[in-house]
Design a protein around this ligand. Structure first.
Ligand code: ARG
Length: 581
């Protein structure tokens, strides 16, 4: 038994107390003064924070709003961190925090490796289903958003302390593979890469449509595949391998977390499908209809049924998703299932989730959410297509962004070697491409425009990366000069310093908002505001040239925290922050 006296001191030191946001502390105080009613606290022109909530409470209790506001203001003003709290207009409170409180908070924040981002009180398992391309085909523009947004959410949830299970639900099973394998058996060379595979797939499809004998052989090949015929299975494994290599190459370039082991494709659930159907049928949830096994939507409505088994005995996309839910919420113990799939599949997921609930595979307390997103448009504002009207390969989009980034990086750093340039161009290009996607409201369409996404002055990752590199350069110079980023809490703050400090204070709230809403653009807006506040601060407040050593220390601390916050924030979005650009 370990007594307290025996416990090593380092154990105490390791207990990390996260820094609390001043805004959150003030909000809590306002809430307490309002008798538990939830106030809305926001930044304002006239004060650090403005709170409402007095008026509704006064109304509900039949009190005089002015008197209530004065009483609440007095109680909020008692808080040490609050410099003044005044009533404004009909029941608003204008609240300013004290410079000292801001500086002390910055010092505590600097000692917090999480920079004020709270962990979730009861961590559980979150499954993020994203990317999910189909094997034997090149990834295309349609896979961009699911991959980028899914990865950002996987990172954010992991950082809040969730156990995140990434699931790449590959389309690796189904009748079309019979056709493709038959075609490959009849051709001389086995395809070595995805382009060759993609081409063979097209040839197979053309023959399937034109040659009835081929179509028949393709059907028999499906039967052989289902029955586990060794030669057919070996060919199928070959397709999966070539495809996986392609997917992993794309993921590596993009810098997304997905690994081969995260790929649990549709084939994985195939052996479970008879049991899933049997359970649905036994529970009376699925019924035979015209030879097929169907789940009819509950209640009124003209909704078409969810077909869990086709008339010919074949299983489809829907029942595979049911089996996946059963496994994820069951064996994996997930309490949250997230699906990054385009908006056209909204009905599919609504029906699948409803069926899984009825079957008991999604118990109370387990949430399942389809997170739809808008389309990627071409420069003409229409769905992205090649000139000949085909879908655009994802690789081509990555190449465009990287090429544009290489121009920008080499213009700024003509001395870089080819290798260094390529590495930096990838960081800048992929960051820009991801940010352009993530910074939009998830559900809206956006235009894929490499010039705009790499603008040095706009709301782009490139702008954030430059801001970050500038901060790092100041910190390097300060280090060389031996300047100390120590806080001197007694000094007054300039408005640009306060604005920056207040933004740093809001980091945890911004990250928490992404976890709550599954909307990464909230973190993008936050980081852009932070980088902009830093730019104003930088313009107005000399750092290394500050005369007073205490002022210099405070400003250096602001630089250091801004750099760390930007870096961590970008990392949570999957965007790299090189120390130099
Ligand atoms: N492979 C599917 C497609 O390309 C997307 C799969 C999405 N995930 C899922 N669990 N259904 O449309």
């Amino acid at each position: 038994m370990v007594t307290t006296a025996d416990a090593p001191l380092s154990a105490h030191a390791a207990v990390h107390v996260p820094v609390e946001s001043l805004a959150v502390a003030v909000e809590r105080r306002v809430a307490a003064a309002l008798g538990g009613a939830e106030p809305l606290l926001r930044g304002s022109e006239r004060a650090d924070f403005q709170a409402n909530g007095v008026l509704p409470l006064a109304k509900a209790r039949g009190l005089d709003p002015a008197a209530l506001a004065a009483e609440v203001a007095a109680r909020v003003g008692e808080l040490d961190a609050v410099a003044h709290c005044a009533v404004s207009g009909p029941g608003f409170l204008n609240i300013d925090v004290a410079d000292r409180a801001l500086l002390e908070n910055l010092a505590a924040r600097a000692a917090d490796p999480r920079l004020g981002v709270p962990t979730t009180p009861e961590p559980g398992v979150t499954v993020v289903d994203y990317s999910s391309p189909n094997i034997a085909k090149e990834m295309h523009v349609g896979h961009l958003r699911t991959t980028v947004i899914g990865d950002a959410l996987a990172r954010v949830f992991a950082f809040t302390g969730e156990t995140v299970v990434r699931r790449n639900h590959l389309g690796d099973w189904g009748t079309s593979f019979g056709m493709l394998i038959e075609q490959l058996f009849e051709e001389e060379d086995a395809p070595e890469d995805i382009a060759a595979l993609d081409a063979a797939y097209r040839r197979a499809r053309a023959r399937f449509d034109a040659e009835p004998e081929f179509a028949e052989r393709a059907r028999l090949r499906v039967v052989a595949l289902q029955a586990g015929d060794e030669r057919t299975l070996a060919a199928w494994r070959g397709l999966v391998e070539v495809s996986q290599r392609h997917f992993q190459e794309i993921y590596a370039q993009l810098g997304v977390l997905l690994e081969e082991t995260d790929a649990v494709g549709e084939s994985h659930y195939n052996p479970m499908l008879p049991q899933v159907c049997a359970e649905l049928e036994a529970a009376g949830i699925a019924v035979e209809s015209e030879g097929a096994l169907c789940v009819f939507p509950e209640g009124e409505g003209d909704g078409a049924p969810l077909i869990v088994r086709k008339g010919d005995g074949g299983y489809g996309y829907a029942v595979t998703d049911l089996a996946a839910i059963r496994l994820r919420a069951g064996e994996l113990g997930a309490r949250r299932l997230l699906y990054l799939v385009d908006a056209r599949q909204a009905r599919h997921f609504a029906q699948v989730f409803a069926t899984a609930r009825r079957a008991g595979w999604l118990p109370d307390g387990v949430t399942a959410r389809h997170l739809p997103f808008g389309m990627v448009l071409g420069l003409d504002g229409r769905p992205f297509k090649t000139r000949s009207g085909e879908t655009v390969a994802l690789q081509q989009l990555l190449d465009q962004a990287t090429a544009k980034a290489a121009e920008i990086v080499s213009a700024k750093n003509p001395e870089l070697s080819g290798e260094e340039l390529a590495a930096r161009a990838r960081q800048v290009g992929m960051g820009a491409l991801k940010y352009a996607d993530l910074s939009n409201n998830r559900i809206k369409d956006y235009v894929f425009d490499p010039d705009r996404m790499l603008s040095l002055t706009g709301d782009t990752a490139t702008y954030l990366q430059y801001a970050h590199a500038r901060m790092r350069s100041v910190l390097r110079k300060a280090g060389e000069a031996g300047a100390d980023p120590a806080v001197t809490p007694g000094l007054p703050l300039e408005p640009a310093e306060r604005a920056l400090a207040l933004l740093l204070d809001g980091f945890g709230t911004a990250v928490a908002a992404v976890a709550e809403t599954c909307e990464p653009h909230r973190l993008c807006s936050y980081l852009y505001a932070l980088a902009s506040a830093f730019a104003s601060f930088w313009e107005r407040c000399p750092v290394l040239k500050a005369e007073h050593a205490g002022v210099r220390g405070n400003r250096l601390l602001l630089c250091g925290l801004s750099a760390r916050t930007l870096e961590l924030g970008m990392d949570l979005l999957g965007i790299e922050a090189p120390a130099q650009l």
